[in-house]
Design a protein around this ligand. Structure first.
Ligand SMILES: *Cc1c(COP(=O)(O)O)cnc(C)c1O
Length: 484
């Protein structure tokens, strides 16, 4: 007798018509959520009873799809970050799109694994990577990979750089046996993911030199040259410079062209952190600022920020495809490719990053880029930059407000002035918490030259000018109230 107990029962719905009806209702909920983004409060804290419900133990017994959907609508959906709302300007979050909802659903129905092999999804990712190479001025011979975001893209780019500059087999020996002590450079405004990559890859965060910035928060090129010379004199091996395009605090773009020149002269790998800012290079208004970006050895950027692809989706492009592949490829027999059949295909993405199983992220990117076109995306990007300039002008017109950094693209940092600078720090942080807690607006805060600032990052295709007017009013009212 067979010990298979349920050979005829799979995990599919028992009642497909009922399942279909439910699925259609859930799609409506999803679209209502997107369409009604403006109508809701931006954010509300997760209530205690919901937190308790979300601590319920392992669901050993089946609960059924209806119950799961109900739980989702009650316990999860109402408590989003708020980045679909027109007045979400915290950190750097993309808005997402309605089309993205369709793309995510369709990717799930295919359940593709893009580690490799020969199937349609692979060609979609290849196409997306090829579009990106062409958009950012990389040669067709370059390689690329879709990843969770710029943090992972940075790890991969730095691994390729490490593989290329070390003549010993670093993948087997590690950095231990090396005679070279590698050091890299970014500015003090460089994103924390760069230090993390230095940590993960074994260089250690001390090997990342933080170069000072000028009054525009751009990397000081003289200080960079001096640091390289100093490290060489000390017997270290400078190997890379990370330029920001743009920085997370103020959206400053490092001098790309000058960094490219220096890297060429010094034979260093030029990596660009273009997490959100790379998108600005695609318009025709910032060409001067981005001159030299097309000379980068590698570029890390996100689709989920200023391109509004649903989370998560980022990309790494690497000019030297051999270095990229060399840093990651290693396939045992059970993953060998075949000349024909499903195990065929010229390019297996698992040879270009640390992950073997990979989801179909490429589909939502493909959908978004095709639906809106690069034109639609850059138009909203330019709108956001114009909104930032307008906001900065309004700040300048208010004696009680003070602009904290020059506005180069889409980030405006300002604060409510008080005679006592410490009190002003506290007040501005308090204002931001109040605006978030009351669900009115969600800027974030940062510190610039030792002082707290309200930071308004505009990577939001739903923001209107009236939203920024409201922000100014609310900040002024709260500042005045504290002063009374
Ligand atoms: C967001 C961001 C990162 C990190 O990107 P993730 O997609 O969050 O991993 C790196 N650099 C800058 C400038 C960023 O804005």
């Amino acid at each position: 007798m067979s010990d298979i107990k349920h050979p005829e029962i799979d995990l599919d719905p028992q009642d497909w018509p009922a399942f279909r009806a439910l699925a259609h209702r859930m799609l409506d909920h999803a679209l209502d959520h997107v369409q009604g983004a403006k109508e809701r409060a931006i954010w509300q804290p997760v209530p205690a009873d919901v937190k308790t419900a979300l601590k319920a133990g392992v669901p050993h017994a089946p609960q059924g799809i209806d119950k799961v959907c109900d739980d989702f609508l009650e316990q999860v959906l109402p408590y989003s970050t708020g980045n679909t709302h027109p007045r979400f300007w915290g950190w750097v979050h993309g808005t997402g799109t309605a089309g993205g909802v369709i793309a995510e659903m369709l990717a799930a129905c295919m359940n593709s694994n893009l580690g490799g092999r020969d199937h349609g999804a692979i060609y979609v990712e290849q196409q997306v990577v090829n579009w990106c190479k062409s958009l950012f001025g990389f040669p067709t011979s370059a390689s690329g990979l879709l990843v969770s975001g710029t943090s992972m893209a940075t790890v991969i780019a730095l691994a390729a750089a490490r593989f290329k500059v070390l003549e010993y087999p670093v993948r087997s020996t590690g950095l231990q046996n090396g005679t070279k002590r590698l050091v890299g450079y970014t500015s003090v405004e460089g994103h924390s993911c760069i230090s993390r990559a230095f940590d993960l890859l074994g260089f250690g965060t001390d090997a990342l030199r933080k170069i000072p910035v000028d009054q525009n928060y751009q990397m000081d090129m003289r200080a960079l040259s001096a640091a390289i010379a100093h490290d060489r004199a000390a017997g270290l091996t400078p190997f890379m410079v990370v330029g920001a395009a743009a920085t997370v605090n103020t959206a400053a773009v490092d001098p790309m062209h000058e960094i490219a020149e220096l890297c060429e002269k010094e034979k260093l790998w030029f990596h660009v952190d273009g997490a959100f800012g790379a998108v600005a290079a695609l318009g025709d208004k910032h060409t001067e600022l981005y001159k030299g970006l097309d000379r980068a050895d590698s570029l890390a950027f996100d689709f989920h920020k200023w391109m509004h692809v649903p989370y998560d989706a980022g990309c790494v492009l690497i000019r030297d495809a051999e270095a990229h592949r060399g840093a990651f490829n290693s396939r045992p027999e059970y993953l060998a490719e075949a000349p024909r059949g499903l195990a065929g295909g010229e390019q297996w993405f698992c040879d270009y990053g640390p992950e073997l199983s990979r989801g179909f992220r490429a589909l939502k990117v493909w959908f978004t880029l095709k639906e809106h076109g690069i034109e639609g995306i850059t138009r909203k990007m330019e709108d956001n930059c114009a909104q930032a300039r307008q906001l900065a002008q309004w700040v300048g017109e208010q004696p009680a407000l003070e602009l904290m950094a020059p506005v180069s693209l889409n980030i405006v940092c300002f604060r409510y002035r008080l005679d006592d600078a410490e009190k002003s720090d506290t007040l501005n942080r308090e204002i931001v918490m109040q605006l978030q807690e009351e669900g009115i607006a969600a800027p974030s805060t940062t510190v610039l030259q030792g002082r707290a600032a309200i930071r308004v990052n505009i990577t939001n295709h739903r923001s209107r000018l009236a939203d920024f007017e409201l922000l100014i009013q609310e900040v002024l009212a709260r500042g005045e109230a504290s002063n009374a």
